[in-house]
Structures are given as C-alpha cells and as structure tokens.
Write a protein that binds this ligand. Structure first.
Ligand SMILES: *Cc1c(COP(=O)(O)O)cnc(C)c1O
Length: 424
C-alpha cells in the first residue's frame, strides 16, 4: 500500500492523517449513501414513468422536429426535479449561459432583479452588468439590480423585506444555493423552502434559483420547494460525468417556454433543436448522477476532514449538512493555493503533467487558478480545485467521479501543501 502511494508522491505522514480523518466521517458516509438511494429511486421512477427506451437515444439533425429523445428527457428532468417543465439542452454552453437565458427570459426593461443571497457567482456579474452596463448585459437592456448582502453568512431577511417593499419594480429574486466563491454556508433545501415562502409572503415575485452544484445533494431541488425557475450546468452534478456539454432550466411551464424561446427564437423554442447525437449520454449521465454526486460528496467530506486534521479552517465542517459538493479550505497564501491545486492536478487522469497557474479567466473578477484534469474540459463534477487569487486565499475543491480517485487526489494535494509548508 505504502509503495503504491509512493507512486503518487504521497508519504506515510499524510496516509496516517488520512486514516484518522476517514475514521471520523463514517456516519457522514452512511447519510450520503442513504440520500443517494432516495435520489436514485426518484430518477429510476421517472425513467419508468416516461417509458425511456432505445428510440430516445437516436441522433437527430437539422431542425430537430419531433425529437422524442429531447422531449422525453425534458419530462424526466421535470419529474425528478418536481417541476412542471424542463429545458435540457446540449446547446447551453455552460451554467452561466443557462442562468443568463433564465434571467433574460423573464426580465424586461424597467424591471429590477433582486439577489437575496449577496453577490452572485463571479460570471454572473457580466450578465447582470451592475458595475457598468456592459454591452448586452441586463443593465444594458434597462433591467435594474439590487442586492441584499448576507448577514453572518445567511440571507438577511430584514434587508430582503426592506428592498422588496422599497422597490416596486422588483420582478424576480435570485437565490444562489451554493456558496460559489464565498466563505459561507450553502442554502440547505429546508432553508431554501423557508426563504422562498418568506419572499412570496412579502411580494408576488418570480423566484429563481442558481442550482449549480446542488443537484442530488439533498432529497429535493429548489423547484420542488417553491422556486419558479432554476438553472444548472450538465458538466456539473446532473450530467453524472457523462454529459459532454449542456445545461438545463426547469420550473413553471410558462417560464420554461419563455426560456426556450429566448435560447432559440420566439415561437420555435420547445419545438426545435437537433440533439446531434448527444442525447444518450445526457440520459445515462442523469441516471448515474445520484451515485456520482455521492462520490463527489464523500470526496468533499474527506477533504474537509483531512485538511482540518492538518490544522486548516474548512467550510463546511466535516460533520455539517451539505447542500452542494464544494469544500472550501482556507489555505491563507497564494503559495499554498498553488501547491494544493498542483496536487489535485497531479493526481488527475488527464493532463496530470501540467502545473496550474493563475490567469485572467473570462468572466472572473480577479485572477483565478484552476486544477482540472478532466475527460470533459472544465467538468467540475470530475475532481477539480479552483481559487480566486485574493485574500483570505480560500481554495474550493469539488467533484470526484469515484471516491477512490477523489481520495487519492485530495491526499496528493495535502502532501503538496505539507511540502510547501516545509520549504516555505
Ligand atoms: C459553476 C457555477 C456557475 C457557472 O457555471 P459555468 O458552467 O462555470 O458557467 C454559476 N453559479 C454557480 C453557483 C456555480 O457553481
């Protein structure tokens, strides 16, 4: 065993800390397995109810009229997510694209968007255009923006109420489930339910959720607890590591139709769109997703436990309830961030020989470093770690298609951090 680990550059010290860490999280693992079973039942039931069959995997081209594969996949998603309708398309370039389509589909000039969970994910800043009306942004189209900052890492209910009552034109409220690049708790599904009913009790607005990294982490999704719309990426949780690209929007039928019209063109939204032969991995990925998410969750919990054992602050704590697959580790310096990311990259199946360096990524505010050695470029359901290079120098780790490979990558990262501490 020790010799094998030598191949990955993992020493006895880290192995022994890892053993201690893993012993402490066995209960957590049982809960993760329980939840995966629940989610798997939901997914299987939907496949059964929608009578998924070979004919749905047939490629189609051109306009894509009457593509039963596309239409049935939409129904499978909507059933599992407790939504009236869904729009699942490989044509969504990314999560940001799906979120942008969701926002633009319901907001009109003169409307205001309210973020109820503080600053949204970095890539949405350009979409919203709050800092200056970037061409093509919501601001450029005359859509206003308000933000209720977080209070002690939680939604600030008083502030949300105040903004809702002060601004008549608030039409939609955005809730981000996951912590993104923030040091805060994610919004648990029960908390989400309470927050949505609180918002709706003050004003009849459209509630939209950024569900990126949240799918299958708990037993329900935002649309099942009152969200009118939600969006996410297929190269994160719901793609199960098999989707080659894409995103989804789910929610109330009338809004999903508006989103389809915005993605395509008014009038042809849900009717058209060739699947180009990409539909089968979307089905298979969704079938695998509850299990894959469980693997990623175990990797995250293990990472939290190991790094805590090594003396770092981690968020969430190993025994805290999770609502996304992200594990944040406060490393405290750019050097340790580079070391950690280098360790993840070095134990990835693809591009293990490259050294991640910080760069100006499109859509991000500060320089960002990303470790990603994935079969699908940028797929963060595969093991990955990233960090904006800004104080307090927090690194965000997520993914892991199998717990075994995730565990090895996390130990490799811990080893690199230990080496950097010794030499620094
Ligand atoms: C990943 C992510 C996004 C953006 O998704 P991309 O696919 O990277 O464009 C948006 N919001 C949250 C919370 C995310 O985690």
């Amino acid at each position: 065993m020790i010799d094998f680990m030598d191949n990955m550059g993992i020493g006895r010290n880290v192995l022994s800390i890892a053993r201690t860490a893993e012993e402490k999280i066995q209960n957590r693992f049982n809960e993760i397995d329980q939840n995966a079973l629940l989610c798997q039942v939901k997914v299987l039931s939907a496949f059964k109810n929608q009578r998924v069959s070979d004919v749905h995997f047939v490629p189609c081209y051109g306009y894509g009229y009457d593509d039963a594969g596309r239409d049935t996949l939409d129904k499978v998603y909507s059933e599992v997510f407790g939504a009236q309708a869904a729009l699942v398309r490989p044509n969504f370039i990314s999560g940001t694209h799906a979120l942008a389509v969701m926002l633009f589909s319901v907001l009109r000039p003169g409307d205001i968007l309210l973020s109820a969970t503080g600053k949204p994910y970095d890539t949405l800043e350009g979409v919203i255009g709050a800092g200056g009306a970037k061409s093509g942004s919501l601001a450029d189209f005359g859509v206003g923006y308000k933000e209720a900052g977080l209070k002690n890492g939680k939604p600030d209910l008083e502030e949300i109420k105040k903004l809702l009552l002060e601004n008549n034109n608030i039409k939609a409220v955005l809730i981000q489930r996951s912590k993104g690049y923030d040091w805060r708790e994610s919004i648990g599904i029960d908390g989400m339910e309470q927050l949505i009913s609180y918002i709706k009790s003050i004003k009849d607005v459209i509630v939209m959720a950024d569900n990126c990294y949240g799918e299958f982490v708990q037993d329900r999704e935002p649309t099942a607890v009152g969200a009118d719309l939600m969006a996410g990426s297929l190269i994160k949780n719901p793609g199960g590591g098999l989707a080659p690209s894409g995103g989804y929007i789910a929610g109330k039928a009338e809004y999903v139709e508006m989103a389809a019209d915005r993605l395509a063109a008014p009038g042809i939204g849900l009717e058209c769109g060739a699947n180009l032969g990409l539909v089968k991995p979307l089905y298979q990925g969704f079938f695998m997703a509850p299990h894959i998410v469980a693997q990623a969750l175990k990797t995250a919990v293990f990472c939290g436990a190991l790094m805590e054992e090594m003396g770092f602050e981690v968020c969430p704590l190993p025994n805290e309830t999770r609502s996304d697959i992200i594990q944040a580790v406060k490393l405290g310096s750019p050097e340790l961030i580079k070391a950690f990311c280098g360790g993840i990259q070095g134990a990835s199946p693809v591009d293990s020989f490259v050294t991640p360096e910080p760069w100006e990524m499109p859509g991000y505010e500060s320089q960002v470093i990303m470790a990603a050695g994935a079969f699908v470029q940028g797929a963060s359901i595969e093991i990955s770690a990233d960090a904006p290079i800004r104080p307090p120098y927090v690194c965000y780790m997520q993914g892991g298609l199998t717990y075994e490979s995730g565990k090895i990558a996390v130990m490799s990262a811990a080893q690199k951090v230990l080496n950097a501490q010794r030499s620094g």
